[in-house]
Design a protein around this ligand. Structure first.
Ligand SMILES: Cc1cc2nc3c(=O)[nH]c(=O)nc-3n(C[C@H](O)[C@H](O)[C@H](O)COP(=O)(O)OP(=O)(O)OC[C@H]3O[C@@H](n4cnc5c(N)ncnc54)[C@H](O)[C@@H]3O)c2cc1C
Length: 382
């Protein structure tokens, strides 16, 4: 068993950390306050290969694996969860769905520009009436002539307003239940396809979360993604990888919150000494660090499994996401406590971590749904 990162992995971590600290850190609160989507850093993320981390070079990607991917998301989220979320939805949801289930022609047409970062992607499964129960999708795609006509709407799509390419699920045969939902690739500018309401959020405010609407939207036959009727089943596999990225996102934010608390505890003086000298504060910091380290092991293990050819990692990715996101909520809460009143004030970073981390327990399946996934895996074993 080898827990060490390779020289290349350590270098990648350093590069992303330097980028996040020099290009993102100083803007974080302005972007958050204004709910500003940081489109200006998308070309820079592309230049670093972060929009195609897990895809082979021949398909425009960086040719790296999930370990490198989680390191990158963790480092971005340590500084700004929103940027980590933009990158996660683009890589492991939209682009990966096309890469895993698309034809070679679709890979050439869509994965290459997405992985190179010339285009931005989004992935739409959730609907107003179909959240945890995503199999209850109502958006429909009806065969008309040689193609399809889509009608309906999706909610809570990350990157929805900014994406050039959208993978969306729609019912193609209601009588077949979860085997009657298909995936389609939509492109910005297709008549009848447009973003709708942009959500005003508690946290992750620099990440765009939007409605996506289909009104008599004509989709060419060649934009069916994967086998007809298998879009929902394929989505579950896509989410296995996606959940590792949300786990890494939570981990990075927890690490950022811990570092903010340690820094503050060493500077803040009360009763004539730094508050870091009080054992009550030390115990908080020690618990935060220990919980983060335990979460990190689960996340890296799930990422390592995802990199093993043919390995199943449904249970491990759900465990990593469940644990890391719940730890991040606890750690961010304690960070606010360590900063006292200043933890509640926007001049200090703790309150933003506190708001941002909550998404980890909701997006790509709530904590309750992760427990259902894990239990199903346990109970299905003979
Ligand atoms: C910022 C943000 C970004 C998102 N990005 C995307 C995206 O890019 N693409 C996309 O498709 N979706 C996205 N989502 C949607 C997200 O995946 C859903 O919000 C999530 O799956 C929960 O669905 P829901 O909000 O409808 O909650 P509901 O399903 O209505 O759940 C409400 C509560 O009931 C609980 N619950 C539901 N069913 C059960 C059950 N069987 N057993 C026990 N408890 C249950 C839930 O755990 C939760 O506590 C995003 C959401 C947010 C907030």
């Amino acid at each position: 068993m080898d827990f060490s990162l390779t020289d290349e992995q350590q270098q990648l971590r350093r590069t992303v950390r330097e980028f996040a600290e020099s290009e993102i850190a100083s803007h974080v609160m302005d972007w958050d306050e204004a709910s500003h989507f940081p489109s200006e850093i998308i070309p820079k993320l592309a230049e670093l290969g972060l929009l195609g981390v897990i895809f082979p070079e021949e398909h425009g990607g960086a040719g790296l694996g999930y370990i490198e991917y989680v390191l990158a998301i963790e480092e971005l989220a340590r500084v700004d969860g929103s940027v980590g979320l933009i990158v996660a939805a683009h890589n492991s949801l939209c682009t990966n769905h096309i890469y895993k289930f698309g034809s070679e022609e679709q890979r050439r047409k869509y994965v290459v520009p997405l992985a190179q970062g010339q285009k931005l992607g989004c992935w739409s499964l959730t609907e107003p009436e179909a959240g945890s129960d995503a199999g209850g999708t109502r958006t429909v795609a009806a065969r008309v002539g040689n193609g399809w006509v889509m009608n309906g709407s999706k909610t809570f799509t990350t990157n929805g307003h900014w994406a050039d390419v959208c993978v969306a699920m729609a019912v193609t045969d209601r009588s077949k239940g979860s085997h009657g939902i298909s995936a389609f690739i939509l492109e910005k500018g297709m008549p009848g396809f447009h973003p709708g309401k942009k959500e005003n959020k508690l946290g992750m405010r620099a990440s765009d979360t939007s409605e996506v609407v289909f009104t008599d939207c004509r989709v060419p036959a060649e934009n069916l993604l994967g086998q007809e009727g298998e879009g929902f089943i394929n989505s579950l596999q896509v989410l296995d990888g996606g959940r590792i990225s949300i786990a890494a996102l939570a981990l990075g934010m927890a690490q950022g919150a811990l570092e903010a608390a340690v820094k503050y505890a060493k500077q803040r003086k009360q009763f004539g000494k730094a508050i870091s000298e009080f054992q009550a504060i030390q115990f908080k910091l020690a618990d935060m660090a220990t919980q983060i380290e335990a979460a990190r092991l689960l996340v890296y293990h799930a990422a390592w499994l995802a990199d093993q050819k043919g390995a199943r990692f449904t249970k491990e990715s759900s465990m990593a996401k469940l644990h890391a996101s719940e730890v991040a909520v606890r750690v961010a809460n304690e960070a606010v406590q360590v900063l006292g009143g200043y933890g509640f004030i926007k001049d200090y970073p703790a309150e933003k971590y506190y708001r941002d981390v909550k998404l980890g327990t909701i997006g790509e399946g709530t904590s309750e749904i992760q427990r259902l996934v894990i239990a199903r895996q346990l109970l299905s074993k003979r």
